[in-house]
Design a protein around this ligand. Structure first.
Ligand SMILES: Cc1cc2nc3c(=O)[nH]c(=O)nc-3n(C[C@H](O)[C@H](O)[C@H](O)COP(=O)(O)O)c2cc1C
Length: 188
């Protein structure tokens, strides 16, 4: 059993759901898991006591949450002593076009550049469009952006693109990799 921190920042709630899903899968793997939300005050408890950490954030206007960047940058050296993963939630991850793939790469590269965090694994995760929860102007802007990208435009409903099965698979592989790391440490 490993102690795992799932550190996340969310703006509209989808990354919180993604983080909770990962927490549930890891707990089923008998790990001890803490979900740590990085709120507006950009605080996060020390991560020294954990064996592994998963960081999750979402993209707005090409950037991950500033507060997540700050927390990861501050604890980068501690993170590098553990097995780690980064879950990058965005709408471009839901799209198959070359520009969308490029955008995913660029936003993740920017996060890596700003934090100098080198996670062992990176998973782009398709997020959600919460038309019914956005304010009037944001709803129209998001519909326009979605239309230009050939996406969904019915503003009377929400759209969730997250592939929960792929996320389960990722969390299981992460869980299994912890067992392997532990066995290697014991035999060396
Ligand atoms: C104002 C706004 C700006 C966004 N900008 C981007 C963007 O630049 N690139 C992208 O791929 N997705 C963008 N998105 C989509 C979000 O990444 C997506 O909705 C994600 O699920 C949000 O996660 P959260 O609910 O945890 O904040 C944007 C969404 C909003 C509301």
């Amino acid at each position: 059993m490993a102690r795992i921190a799932v550190i996340f920042a969310t703006t509209s709630g989808q990354t919180a759901r993604v983080a909770q899903h990962v927490v549930d899968v890891l707990r089923r793997g008998a790990h001890s898991v803490d979900a740590i939300e990085v709120g507006d005050n950009a605080s996060c408890p020390p991560l020294d006591g954990y064996d592994a950490a998963i960081v999750a954030g979402s993209v707005r206007m090409g950037k991950f949450q500033r507060r997540l960047v700050e927390v990861v940058r501050a604890q980068r050296d501690v993170l590098h002593r553990k097995r780690t993963a980064f879950l990058a939630v965005s709408l471009s991850a839901a799209r198959k076009s070359e520009p969308a793939k490029r955008e995913v790469k660029e936003t993740v590269a920017r996060f890596i550049r700003e934090t100098r965090f080198r996670p062992d694994a990176i998973l782009p995760v398709a997020g959600a469009l919460f038309y019914t929860k956005y304010g009037f102007f944001l709803r129209l802007v998001m519909r326009l952006i979605s239309r230009l990208a050939g996406g969904d435009t019915d503003i009377s409903r929400d759209y969730e693109y997250t592939d929960w099965k792929a996320l389960t698979h990722f969390a299981r592989r992460f869980s299994a990799s912890l067992g392997i790391a532990r066995a290697q440490a014991l035999s060396s």
